[in-house]
Design a protein around this ligand. Structure first.
Ligand code: PMP
Length: 445
């Protein structure tokens, strides 16, 4: 990486008119500074100083085919020539819905929105309307958007398996959290205790079926099955938040990999390769009150032509050849995971990499696996942040917190370059943290 002079200049200018100089708080964490970009194509990003980066942020998940994929861009250009929003139904909406229903059998009917947060909001409303109950059970470390179910968990207390939720941001109504139950992830006993304690009160249990937001932590064998069973026993709605995993880990989402059928699913991100689109859908009977108008769902931009055209082109590309793209993305992701482990071994820095491949998480730690979001959040965080910064300076852009996203545009060559940069960056980290790199200590949050 060369100079960041223009990025610094633009950032100063941005900070005068955009809080923090960014438009989503997660971007505040980027080091050495939140960079200012000009263009992206395939797996490569370019900043205002002309530096290029192999990009593993992938727009925070939506970029599954690669940036500015010509199939998607071409379809969008063709569509917007006919208009942007009709405020009425059009053929592309039907075609996208048909494709999603074919790819994900649990999603019989669906509605479109623009962001994951609002589609989660809709799913929760639909579940509450269907059950006539208010409580929502969710899991520690899972993220379901920035709206009012955001919480901070209390430290785990064996006497009290259900952590009380504390507002996760200033300005959040406490009342919204009174109906939120936060459960530890991957803990069947706490699940049982909560489902019995709140029998007949839980409208929905919502989860990331493969946790991606706080480390990438798959469910233990049988755990999601147990959640499904408890929901059935208590007539609670099971909501899979597949905003990250949907159309990323497989065409049928995490639910197809786990073999579990949720009642409602939320998609976003990868479904339209970067165009703003989210989906809430599922069982026809649950969605019926939306059709009758009894449950309100609205949105000026819902089903807009560019998002629909992008989704149709993306879904067609992903479904081609029986979903062959996923074999490629998964193989490239796994090669990179293995490469990062080897880079750690060569640099003498203990590295843990876990996840399905198209998305994975990396820690600097001697642990052999991480199953607890609390550990995932803090383990080796300071050293990892230094590593991520060292990578950026070498032309590789990971997410500072440890998650990596792959796209179909990443090749073996990009992986090789990344592994090479990672080895050098890990040596730099080893030298900067000489005593602690092998100790496996956690840094504070
Ligand atoms: N759910 C999950 C699992 C997510 O990862 C995200 C975003 N990272 C959201 C919901 C919210 O989506 P959006 O940022 O599009 O509102």
């Amino acid at each position: 990486m060369g100079e960041l002079q223009k990025s610094e200049e633009y950032l100063r200018r941005a900070r005068r008119v955009l809080p923090g100089g960014v438009n989503s708080n997660i971007r505040l964490a980027e080091r050495p500074i939140p960079l200012v970009f000009t263009r992206a194509r395939g797996p490569i990003l370019e900043d205002v100083d002309g530096n290029t980066y192999i990009d593993y942020v992938c727009g925070m998940g939506p970029i599954i085919l690669g940036h500015a994929d010509p199939r998607v861009t071409g379809a969008v250009v063709e569509a917007i020539d006919r208009g942007l929003v009709f405020g009425g139904t059009h053929l592309l909406e039907i075609e996208v819905a048909e494709r999603i229903a074919a790819a994900v059998p649990s999603v019989e009917v669906m509605r479109f929105c623009s962001s994951g947060s609002e589609a989660v909001h809709a799913a929760i409303r639909i579940a509450r309307a269907a059950t006539g109950r208010w409580k929502i059970a969710r899991f520690e470390g899972h993220y379901h958007g920035w709206l009012d179910t955001i919480y901070i968990g209390e430290p785990p207390d064996p006497e009290r398996p259900v952590a009380p939720a504390v507002p996760g941001t200033r300005g959040q109504p406490r009342a919204a959290l009174q109906d939120v139950i936060v459960l530890p992830w991957n803990d069947p006993e706490a699940l049982r205790a909560a489902m019995q304690m709140y029998r007949g009160q839980i409208a929905a249990v919502i989860l990331e079926p493969i946790l991606c937001n706080t480390g990438v932590i798959p469910p233990r064998p049988g755990y999601v099955e147990a959640i499904r069973e408890w929901c059935d026993r208590d007539d609670a709605v099971l909501i899979f938040d597949e905003v990250i995993t949907g159309f990323r880990v497989a065409l049928g989402g995490a639910q197809s990999l786990l073999g579990i059928t949720p009642d409602l699913t939320v998609f976003g991100k990868a479904v339209a390769n970067g165009f703003p689109l989210s989906v809430v859908g599922g069982r026809g009977d649950l969605m019926e009150p939306v059709a009758s108008g009894a449950v309100l769902h609205g949105g000026t931009y819902n089903g807009n032509l560019p998002a629909m055209a992008a989704a149709r082109a993306t879904l067609d590309a992903l479904a081609a050849g029986g979903g062959a793209a996923y074999q490629g993305i998964t193989a490239t992701g796994r090669a990179l995971m293995e490469g990062l482990r080897n880079a750690g071994a060569e640099a003498g820095v203990p590295v843990l990499v876990q996840g399905p491949g198209p998305v994975f998480h990396m820690w600097i730690t001697p642990r052999s696996s991480i199953e607890d979001p609390r550990t995932a959040r803090t383990e080796g965080a300071e050293r990892y942040a230094a590593f991520a910064e060292a990578l950026v300076r070498r032309g590789v852009r990971p997410i500072p917190g440890g998650r990596w996203y792959l796209s179909a545009a990443h090749t073996a060559e990009h992986v090789a370059q990344t592994v090479h940069a990672a080895r050098d960056a890990l040596v730099e980290v080893r030298n900067a943290f000489p005593a602690s790199t092998t100790a496996g200590t956690s840094s504070p949050r």
